[in-house]
Design a protein around this ligand. Structure first.
Ligand SMILES: CC/C=C\C/C=C\C/C=C\C/C=C\CCCCC(=O)SCCNC(=O)CCNC(=O)[C@H](O)C(C)(C)COP(=O)(O)OP(=O)(O)OC[C@H]1O[C@@H](n2cnc3c(N)ncnc32)[C@H](O)[C@@H]1OP(=O)(O)O
Ligand SMILES: Cc1cc2nc3c(=O)[nH]c(=O)nc-3n(C[C@H](O)[C@H](O)[C@H](O)COP(=O)(O)OP(=O)(O)OC[C@H]3O[C@@H](n4cnc5c(N)ncnc54)[C@H](O)[C@@H]3O)c2cc1C
Length: 664
């Protein structure tokens, strides 16, 4: 039967060791073992079923999410899961919920911004879930501009307390996940006011609801902000609104790692940079990059399997039609996304390392790498989430009409994923941060301060401003050194051009605003260079398994040449490559697609996703698409009755011409 045979035959064509590729994708044998075991545990538990989600009303959907969250917590305790296993379990439950913010932002904020004493007091309560917390930073009037927050935290020396207050409508906290209906506590960001002086934004732990009856505490107004994009999707989350009317908290509930307020009302600064108040955002952006590869690979897995099952046109000699995956147009849309999923996986792995390294340095009072960590997390978060959101939508189109059905899994994945381009920093705002960092780096060239980390290539400014690409034949584009030089030269030249244009302005801030669209493009070029170079670095490691390295090399080249093709204007206008070299790159790309084609199904099998996680009829491991699509349709509540509700009221009168007669 179509599907079963197609995917089995595809699997038999694979030219590499899929089990070894699974290890590479997971990061290690240990991680693979944990994710494999936990994903199956979730898949086999009926409480974690996902198939009715799009049919439920908001209230039922939310209650169902609470039920799953409680069950997940119960299983974590019963099975004595480690922190790693528990995080995997929440991941595979695959339903945005208050738990994400509690574990993903509230706890990390206390760890990163609380003193030892504060950590000792609050973390045990949070770890045991005796309190549930969220991250309340964004307000109705300000999200991107954190320094523009209006909530105030005024020190009262009489009582040794802070008074938390929302002075305006626009100062209402607005968006925090988990806030609307569940959280008992929040880290609230507000302006620290002492003796009428404004000391800028700081974090404060505030209890919101009673631990006895869950009612809001006096002075607190709290609720959900309403339905969001898509049915189901992110509506499992209670994004909330919160207002304070002179709510008092003890002084020791200001997070005091960065600065402290003494009993006398004196502000004492630590030796750590004030930007550590923004530290949780760096952490979460890093996590979001790792997550991008999961969301994109999930969509790509569905689209690739379905493209091998789906047949249209072109009767072959055996009388069957062509698999749509064999069309070159399908390959040129699908395989770059497959390559991007792998590229984001590896850059995410590297970013995790970078974040851990920065953290260790911070503990040892070495703050030198913080600006780079901020630029890399901001830039890569922006690049990978934008590409993933666009990629999921492309996968939907790659699946034709059936991709538009909820049972394909793609509409919900898209609806859940797209806010990633906005939350944790709007993607354009974040790229402008990268641009500032690049302009600063360029302006310091020649000053004796050598660029470090991901900007080290800028130290070779003279060579990169003049070099000519050495490609003469299509295969030359397979050399990592050639690709790297083209990407470095493009990024260098775009940053230098932006810096030169900026220098023409008397007022730098005005110039920055005027040139911001170009600056964003320079930032994108730098971030794409990081992704390409980290993929190339990955290939320099020992990669065991028959054919595994060869497949990864092909994917790395596809990613790089696809980006080159997409941004050809940049490469040509900066004189990094010639039109002839561009056309050779295109020819090489076509040949790489042919190389990947027989391995495509095995390359998505290597993600090791269960059917439960994919939740897609089109992406089923067994390829049994048509019978299951047919079966799924009959489950729709509209099909509960043969004649629909409303027939007698609205359809019958039309058919019986009662309405027309009434008008005549
Ligand atoms: C819960 C999730 C857990 C895990 C995630 C896992 C997977 C993801 C899946 C699901 C996600 C689930 C839920 C999503 C939750 C979303 C939560 C939120 O959205 S929380 C709110 C996030 N808000 C933002 O991101 C706001 C964006 N704005 C900013 O960050 C800042 O305002 C700004 C744009 C950076 C501007 O800052 P500022 O006004 O101070 O201005 P400057 O540009 O002048 O900067 C000054 C100086 O500071 C440096 N800097 C800025 N930011 C940082 C930083 N974060 N770290 C270090 N340094 C920073 C900047 O470079 C300047 O340096 P200088 O040039 O002076 O050297
Ligand atoms: C699903 C979801 C979950 C969220 N969860 C949380 C949470 O748990 N806690 C929390 O505190 N917040 C949360 N947020 C809020 C989120 O962090 C903000 O929405 C985000 O930071 C963007 O800010 P904004 O809404 O103010 O966008 P705006 O800044 O108003 O953006 C609007 C437009 O203006 C542009 N723009 C803004 N500034 C500039 C500039 N300087 N230059 C050029 N263009 C600019 C942007 O590019 C965008 O196109 C969440 C948001 C969503 C959607």
């Amino acid at each position: 039967m179509a599907g079963f045979d197609d995917l089995a035959s595809e699997r038999s064509k694979a030219q590499f060791d899929v089990e070894e590729m699974k290890v590479i994708w997971a990061g290690s044998r240990h991680t693979l073992e944990v994710s494999d075991r936990i994903s199956r545990l979730v898949a086999n538990d009926p409480v974690f079923r996902k198939d009715t989600r799009t049919m439920l009303s908001r209230k039922d959907l939310f209650k169902n999410t609470l039920r799953k969250a409680a069950h997940a917590w119960k299983r974590i305790i019963e099975l004595r899961l480690s922190e790693e296993e528990a995080a995997e379990l929440r991941f595979y439950v695959d339903e945005p919920a208050f738990m994400d913010l509690h574990w993903g932002m509230f706890i990390p904020t206390i760890k990163g911004q609380g003193t030892e004493e504060q950590q000792q007091k609050w973390l045990p309560l949070a770890y045991k879930m005796k309190i549930i917390g969220c991250y309340a930073q964004t307000e109705l009037g300000h999200g991107s501009n954190v320094q523009g927050l209006e909530t105030t935290a005024t020190f009262d020396p009489q009582t040794d307390e802070f008074i938390i207050h929302s002075p305006t409508l626009t100062s209402s906290k607005w968006w925090p996940g988990g806030l609307g209906k569940v959280s008992t506590h929040a880290v609230v960001y507000g302006r620290l006011i002492i003796d009428s002086k404004d000391y800028g934004v700081n974090g404060f732990i505030v209890q919101l609801r009673s631990l006895d009856d869950h009612l809001p505490l006096p002075g607190i107004t709290i609720g959900d902000i309403g339905m969001k994009f898509g049915s189901g999707a992110y509506n499992t989350m209670d994004n909330g609104v919160l207002r304070f009317d002179h709510v008092r908290i003890p002084r020791d509930q200001m997070l005091m790692r960065v600065s402290q307020v003494t009993r006398e009302g004196k502000l004492v600064q630590s030796n750590v940079p004030w930007q550590l108040v923004y530290g949780t955002m760096v952490y979460v952006r890093q996590k979001i990059v790792s997550d991008a590869s999961c969301a994109l690979s999930r969509a790509v897995c569905i689209a690739t399997r379905y493209s091998a099952v789906r047949r249209q046109f072109g009767l072959q000699s055996n009388g069957i039609e062509t698999q749509v995956i064999d069309y070159k147009t399908q390959q040129s849309r699908l395989f770059p996304l497959l390559a991007s999923a792998y590229a984001f996986r590896f850059v995410g792995e590297w970013l995790k390392w970078l974040y851990m390294d920065v953290n260790q340095r911070l503990q040892a009072s070495d703050f030198s790498t913080l600006p780079e960590a901020h630029a890399c997390t901001a830039g890569l978060k922006s690049l990978t989430t934008s590409a993933t959101a666009d990629g999921i939508e492309e996968c939907r189109k790659l699946c034709g009409g059936h991709g538009y059905l909820c049972s394909s899994g793609l509409p919900e994945l898209f609806a859940v994923y797209i806010p990633a381009c906005t939350y944790e920093g709007d993607n354009i705002v974040l790229l402008l941060q990268v641009a500032r960092f690049l302009i600063k780096t360029v302006s310091q060239l020649g000053s004796g301060k050598e660029p470090v980390g991901t900007t080290v290539y800028m130290g070779r400014v003279e060579q990169l401003m003049q070099c000519h690409c050495a490609v003469q034949k299509a295969e030359d584009w397979l050399k990592p050194s050639v690709i790297l030089e083209a990407f470095e030269a493009r990024s260098m030249r775009m940053s230098v051009a932006s810096a030169q244009n900026l220098a023409k302005f008397d007022n730098q801030e005005e110039g920055f605003l005027e040139l911001s669209a170009d600056l964003v493009q320079a930032a994108v070029a730098h971030c794409q260079l990081i992704v390409v170079s980290k993929f190339i670095e990955k290939l320099q490691q020992d990669i065991p398994g028959k054919g595994v390295k060869g497949q990864l090399e092909a994917l790395c080249n596809i990613y790089a040449l696809f980006i080159l093709h997409k941004h050809l204007g940049d490469f040509l206008s900066t004189g990094c490559i010639t039109p002839k070299q561009a056309s050779l790159a295109n020819a090489q790309l076509r040949s790489l697609y042919s190389q990947v084609r027989p391995n495509a199904i095995a390359l998505v099998d290597a993600f090791n996703y269960t059917d439960h996680y994919l939740s897609s009829v089109l992406g089923r491991y067994d390829g049994n698409v048509y019978p299951k699509l047919y079966e799924e349709a009959w489950k729709d509540p509209l099909n509960d009755s043969v004649v629909p509700d409303g027939y007698q009221e609205y359809i019958q009168p039309i058919l019986k011409q009662q309405l027309r007669n009434a008008r005549l």
